[in-house]
Structure formats: structure tokens, C-alpha cells
Design a protein around this ligand. Sequence first.
Ligand code: CA
Length: 234
Amino acid sequence: MAEKILIIEDEEKIARVLQLELEFEGYDTGVAHSGTDGLIKYREQEWDLILLDLMLPGINGLDVLRRIRATESSTPVILLTAKSDVEDKVRGLDLGANDYVTKPFEIGELLARIRSSLRFSVGAVSAEEVHEHLYSFAGLSINIQTRDVIRDGHSIDLTPREYDLLIHLLKHPNQVLTREQLLDEVWGFEYYGDTNVVDVYIRYVRKKIDNGEQSLIHTVRGVGYVLKEDVHEA
Ligand code: CA
């Protein structure tokens, strides 16, 4: 039996293209052009997956998602987001969306995400699965599956080493890590003894993630570094 996909998207052209592509791939589809209509169609029958635009007239995408997740968590939801929706995208994942694609998207990529979400949903663990991949601290979020790093809605580009260092700090919030520990765990033994590299990379990461109001990575003099929230320190 064909799997059924509900498309909730107010831009009729995009909705129409999605519908044609999905039907060509053998899916059954339903289309709604507003949040309200989307919720009505959602309740009318069982769906295998929902494509949900975030910016909708009336009830917006996040509210649609909230209402769906208030009653069940098993139907996979893929968000259709604009580049500027970073903050909403993170909120959407927090609310239990399974994945997202950023417009303009390649149809091939979307189809791959759909297949993967449908596969995941068989065990109905998809929402938790996403949460396992998401680390958040004080407005900073990292999705370790997509390696997306976001601070206060802004996407941040990190080099692989900077990313490894930040994720290590993020996995041990409020815990003082010595330079030796960081060197050992992020760089490995071949850098043994050269802790200056840690200081240099801490500076790089700080520069990229700090928003000017609040530092997240603090120096503990003579010891190392700690990731913590401190509203009193500039
Ligand atoms: Ca829209």
C-alpha cells in the first residue's frame, strides 16, 4: 500500500511541485495551504509522514507541530524552512520534528530525508532519536548528526578541530576541564605536552560563539576551562 504524505505549505506552486514529485515516486498525498486546513486534514485520516512549512498564515508551522505532538509522537514530521528560520528550526526539533530541509531544496535530497524518516518511524523512536543528537546550552545548540552549530539563531562555521573542542565542552557543562584533559581528549596523545594549542583554539572558538553579551567559555586561571553561563560577566 502506498505511504501517505500530508503536505502543509501555503505557497501553492511549491505545494503543487511537491505533490507531483511525491506522487511520481508512488506516495499518496494530501495538500493543505494553511495551518488550520493542515490540522483538519491531519485529523481526517492516518498519515505516514507530514511535510510542514514553518511560515504559514493563521496557525503557523510551530503551532501546528505543537498540536500534533500534543496528541501523538509517532508520525514523522519534516519541516520546510527558510534559511532565516534557524531559531524556529531549532524550536521545531525541540518540539519533536524529526528533520528539516532548507528552501530552496533539491527534490532528491528531500526524497532521501523522507525515506529515512519513514524508515525511522517504523520503531516510532524518531523524536527521541533527534533529541539524542541535539546538545543545547544557553542559546547554543549543536546537532551532532548534521554538525549544525547555532548560537541565538545564528549559524556558526567551525573548523573540524574547533567543533570537536566545542562539543567536548558542551558534553561536560559546568565542569572545569584542564588543558591536559582537553589536549588528550580532543587532540589525542600525539600532541602530548603542547597545551598552548588548547589556548589558541579556545580563543578561536570563543571568538566565533560569543555574542558580545555573554561568554560561555570561562578561563579558570592555572587550571583550564569551563563552559558555563554567567550573566554577570561580560
Ligand atoms: Ca510559507
